[in-house]
Design a protein around this ligand. Structure first.
Ligand SMILES: *[C@@H]1O[C@H](CO)[C@@H](O)[C@H](O)[C@H]1NC(C)=O
Ligand SMILES: *[C@@H]1O[C@H](CO)[C@@H](O)[C@H](O)[C@H]1NC(C)=O
Ligand SMILES: *[C@@H]1O[C@H](CO)[C@@H](O)[C@H](O)[C@H]1NC(C)=O
Ligand SMILES: *[C@@H]1O[C@H](CO)[C@@H](O)[C@H](O)[C@H]1NC(C)=O
Ligand SMILES: *[C@@H]1O[C@H](CO)[C@@H](O)[C@H](O)[C@H]1NC(C)=O
Length: 437
């Protein structure tokens, strides 16, 4: 089962020593061990005991500002209730918990070829006090088999996971065997039941399979993973925005039309001017297919979107763009290629301090094939690249500074293999290049 293709956490706290880093192709040599999907009877896929026990519990932010949470789960014996009981946890001397409340949701099912899903429940809890949301911890077990375990291990925890697409690869199985969606749901539950994951779709969620009569793109994904798209006036769950901590996070769909006049284009055109940098100093964009990628695999696949939206990203001073797709890691300098207009010959990305940093973090690790084939020589805009597996933490300190680190976990321990200070493009737009000066 292909795990987390790029796991990224947004953290709020913590101080770490600064060391500046130079641009390079890392020489780190991974131990290459051929891995394959865990079998269906693996321990991490086990079905919880008990009649109609909820499984595959996952949460994501349920509104624009973070006072809502969508809680989802699956029951298999009978539909059961879609109600969630919740209360606020009081801290301090008087440990009495708050009044219990109940939120009602809805239940959906779907069929995919000859697979019938369980009863999938989605319930939105509103008006939460942000500081007391559902609590929980990722667990500290010394798992090393998966990115998730490694993230669980890391002493530095994010408060939200930004997920840049390709949940896993059910579509590699005959008939896109959707049983693998269930196993993935049970497998990731230990993280996603306790902290919200922000979902971005990848190509492996398209599940377009006319050969077996399945012609509705994103069908399994959209039944299982709900997002609060309407809260940001989007008309599709595939692109939307949320505000989380001091960041405004925009999620785009590389696999939906994005040309001029299309719904996603119109939405983004209206969304960007709404970003209030006083309220949310940081502007982050998530997408699946990277715009700047110097690996041979998926090279230039993000161009169709880059040519349409790049100028907006500069105008609105996006701080950072995270993408997946390429099964490796890369961080760019701040560059733009907006001068290129097909006939003028200016087709080299140039240093541009109003541009975002582009980070590719689709390093699937244990379960996928790592992309090792890099374009040579390494382009100037590429600050750091390494064909290893890992997760990153974007740690917002205040409105001017964020500390970013990518943690390689091929060695089984959290290794901070790439790290850099980000200076906010709106509040502190000083040059934060690491090599390309
Ligand atoms: C679905 O069809 C495949 C291939 O024909 C078969 O192997 C599998 O057992 C079927 N599954 C169900 C749930 O009927
Ligand atoms: C995953 O790793 C954990 C910790 O090493 C272990 O308990 C578990 O059995 C592993 N599962 C599989 C299927 O490899
Ligand atoms: C931006 O947010 C600040 C702080 O909440 C507020 O005072 C200001 O009016 C907002 N600006 C706009 C244009 O809404
Ligand atoms: C790397 O990619 C290039 C361009 O696609 C290709 O020509 C070359 O054969 C690849 N090298 C390997 C070792 O696969
Ligand atoms: C913001 O955080 C950075 C890094 O921790 C620190 O050096 C800087 O002084 C902080 N700025 C303000 C205004 O607190």
């Amino acid at each position: 089962m292909g795990v987390v293709e790029g796991l990224l956490a947004l953290a709020l706290v913590l101080n770490v020593v600064v060391v500046s880093n130079g641009g390079k192709s890392s020489l780190f040599v991974r131990k290459t061990k051929k891995t394959c999907d865990m079998p269906l009877d693996s321990d991490v896929f086990s079905v919880p005991p008990g009649y109609n026990a909820p499984q595959q519990v996952h949460i994501t932010q349920g509104d624009l500002v973070g006072r809502g949470m969508i809680v989802s789960w699956v029951t298999t014996d009978e539909p059961g209730s879609s109600a969630v009981r919740y209360w606020s946890e009081k801290k301090g001397k008087k440990k009495k918990n708050g009044k219990k409340k109940t939120a009602e949701g809805k239940m959906v099912t779907y069929r995919f070829f000859n697979y019938s899903s369980g009863f999938i429940h989605h319930t939105t809890i509103k008006n939460l006090e942000v500081s007391v949301l559902l609590g929980g911890d990722l667990g500290q077990s010394f798992d090393s088999n998966i990115t998730l375990s490694h993230y669980g291990l890391s002493p530095r925890k994010g408060e939200t996971v930004l997920f840049v697409g390709d949940l896993f690869y059910a579509d590699n199985y005959p008939n896109h065997d959707n049983v693998r969606w269930d196993t993935w749901g049970r497998f990731t539950e230990r993280s996603v039941a306790y902290q919200p994951w922000i979902w971005t779709v990848g190509n492996h969620e398209i599940d377009f399979a006319p050969e077996i009569g399945e012609t509705v793109p994103f069908k399994p994904f959209s039944h299982r993973y709900h997002v609060p798209y309407e809260a940001s006036q989007s008309t599709s769950p595939l692109w939307y925005s949320i505000k989380r901590a001091s960041a405004h996070i925009i999620v785009l769909s590389s696999y939906s039309a994005h040309g001029k006049g299309m719904p996603q284009y119109k939405w983004l055109e209206e969304e960007l001017p709404k970003v209030n940098r006083s309220e949310t100093p940081w502007l982050i964009v998530l997408m699946h297919s990277p715009w700047y990628n110097s690996y041979n695999n998926h090279y230039m696949e993000g161009e169709t979107m880059r040519v349409v939206y790049e100028a907006w990203f500069l105008k609105y001073k996006v701080d950072v763009v995270f993408a997946g797709h390429v099964h490796a890691y890369e961080r760019s300098e701040r560059v733009s290629n907006i001068a290129y207009n097909v006939i003028n010959g200016l087709c080299t990305p140039v240093k541009d301090q109003s541009a975002p940093v582009y980070i590719t973090i689709g390093d699937a690790g244990n379960y996928g094939v790592i992309d090792t084939n890099m374009t040579e020589p390494q382009p100037e805009y590429s600050a750091f690249r390494e064909d290893s597996f890992g997760h990153a933490i974007f740690d917002i300190k205040n409105r001017t500074h964020a500390y970013y680190s990518w943690n390689r976990n091929q060695d089984g321990v959290a290794m901070e293999a790439d790290y850099v200070w980000f200076f906010n493009r709106y509040w502190y737009p000083v040059d934060d290049s690491t090599v390309y000066v």
